[in-house]
Write a protein that binds this ligand. Structure first.
Ligand code: UDP
Length: 323
């Protein structure tokens, strides 16, 4: 089996690329390296290029005869998407359409898609299952909501079979320390907490008056390695059934920002300096996934998604980063 991994030099894509290789799947990574890292592509061939470049896609797809595409090539920052929605619609919608059109033209039937809990917007209930209404509250979430709609429509009209995964908070790094999270600038909580542990500069806790156990936001952290494994299982599943599916991926446990800081202090053995700060616009109070569907249908089992293991792997990466 041969898979095109778009965005395979990025955080989640690079982990999925490794899991595919481990399963004996041949991969080609297409990444423009706008946010990805050459060093993150530890398996398969890297083609540096733009998934919105139809001529490049035609050339690649003619030469390689892919069975499936896994698409991780998206911009993911909520705040940036509010300030610069054009960038998000261009990349996450317009270029996605180019990729889907090429897939249809080259008869690549199977498509695994990175979606997000942000498609749900402000939760009406938690844990959030797959039936929860999708009412995104920021442009990033909207681009992924549109992506999901495009997959549905392309499925009905052109026979594309897809699997969309809505990630909750992707976290942690490869257990062997080979690859890991490297965003620039880094906006995510766990790397910021661990940098504060290392460097001594205080990090900020965004919001202390939410309706939660201690007033800070509750999130569901899921290990990137577990996410990567779900992608392989999802691909196998849609190839067997020829039916499109959507799954929410999380640990189904929620932790507040302050609880996470305390656990990070235990794991790192040091004090984490922090300041209480204003809410960050666009943050829902609580996001927790229902993961029953992925468990039942895919046989997915999050193996490393307890907070301690996530923080240990992340701390190992933070101290021994390769890029
Ligand atoms: N957060 C925080 N300080 C930071 C970064 C994040 O308090 O420096 C909070 C943020 O408000 C949210 C949670 O940590 O409640 C997780 O944020 P992150 O950006 O990691 O992921 P998101 O939930 O936005 O996908």
């Amino acid at each position: 089996m041969k898979v095109l991994v778009t965005g395979g030099a990025g955080y989640i894509g690079s982990h999925a690329n490794r899991v595919l290789a481990r399963q004996g799947v041949e991969t080609v990574v297409l990444d423009d390296l706008s946010n990805g890292h050459r060093e993150a592509v530890t398996e398969g061939r890297l083609v540096v290029g733009d998934m919105g470049d139809r001529a490049l896609l035609d050339e690649l797809m003619t030469a390689e005869k892919f069975d499936a595409i896994m698409d991780f090539a998206a911009f993911i920052e909520v705040g940036e998407s509010v300030e610069n929605p054009a960038k998000y619609y261009e990349n996450n919608v317009v270029k996605l359409k180019t990729l889907l059109d090429a897939a249809v033209a080259h008869k690549i039937r199977y498509f695994v898609f990175s979606s997000t809990a942000a498609v749900f917007g402000e939760p009406r209930y938690v844990p959030i299952d797959e039936a929860h209404p999708r009412e995104p509250i920021n442009p990033y979430g909207m681009t992924k909501r549109i992506g999901e709609a495009m997959l549905d429509d392309y499925g009905r009209a052109y026979g594309l079979v897809s699997c969309a995964f809505r990630y909750f908070n992707a976290a942690g790094d490869a257990p062997d320390g080979a690859i890991g999270e490297a965003h620039e600038p880094e906006s995510h909580l766990i790397p910021r907490v661990l940098r504060a542990a290392k460097g001594g500069r205080a990090m900020k806790v965004f919001g202390t008056d939410y309706d939660t156990r201690d007033g800070s936001c509750v999130r569901d952290y899921v290990h990137v390695e577990d996410l990567a494994e779900a992608h392989y299982l999802g691909l196998r599943h849609i190839m067997e059934t020829n039916e499109s599916e959507q799954f929410n991926l999380g640990s189904s446990e929620g932790f507040t920002v302050l609880e996470l800081i305390r656990e990070a202090e235990r794991v790192t053995g040091g004090k984490i300096p922090y300041e209480l700060a204003e809410r960050r616009p666009g943050d829902p109070a609580t996001l927790i996934a229902a993961n029953k569907k992925a468990k039942e249908i895919l046989g997915w089992e999050p193996k490393r998604s307890d907070l301690t293991t996530i923080l240990r792997d992340a701390w190992n990466w933070e101290q021994n980063r390769k890029y």
